[in-house]
Ligand binder design. Structure first.
Ligand code: PNS
Length: 172
């Protein structure tokens, strides 16, 4: 294990089993791993930052070297404030590569001493994304093996609150 604090940044709207798999892998490589939720993203999230942080905290509770935080502005500035030595990102399919390469090289240009480390999630999560989870759930499909039970529960609560109702229910 390297004596390095790593930041795993993202939207996590919501955290999937693929994210969780990556957190587990990262926590075995780095001495400390901070999962950092971007607060000023342009996208319209389903879950508030507070809800996303609460879900992340719940599912990483047993991991002693993992913590959850939020950040706004540039990732490299946040990493500097935290004294981080690395950024952790996941690459699933080939299609992720271009976007991730662009981000990693931009971050390197902004802060050459900060390395981006890519890990692959387990093959079985190679197709998973938060966007698809939300889409499947909003159409009444099951996301049982795609997200931790705590997230499935929160999705159900959101649906009951009327924000992500299945299409079938909306037509009635
Ligand atoms: O899970 P996501 O939405 O793909 O995560 C993207 C994220 C949060 C890692 C990226 O948008 C980010 O780092 N934003 C902060 C702003 C920034 O530093 N931009 C310049 C580097 S690309």
């Amino acid at each position: 294990m390297t004596n390095t604090l790593a930041i795993y940044p993202g939207s996590f709207d919501p955290i999937t089993n693929g994210h969780l798999d990556l957190i587990r892998r990262g926590s075995r490589i780095f001495s400390r791993l901070v999962v950092a939720v971007l607060t000023n993203a342009e996208k319209q999230p389903l879950f508030t930052v507070e809800e996303r942080v609460a879900m992340l905290e719940e599912v990483t509770r047993g991991m002693s070297n993992v913590s959850v935080d939020t950040f706004s502005g540039l990732l490299v500035d946040y990493a500097k404030r935290r004294n981080a030595g690395a950024i952790l990102r996941g690459i699933r399919a080939f299609s992720d590569y271009e976007y991730e390469l662009q981000m990693a090289l931009t971050n390197r240009k902004l802060e050459p001493s900060l390395e981006t480390v890519f890990l692959m999630p387990a093959e079985s999560y190679g197709y998973l994304s938060s966007r698809l989870v939300k889409e499947i759930f909003s159409h009444g499909g099951t996301v049982k093996d795609m997200v931790p039970p705590a997230v499935e529960r929160r999705l159900r609560e959101k649906m009951e609150a009327g924000r992500a109702r299945p299409v079938a229910a909306r037509r009635r």
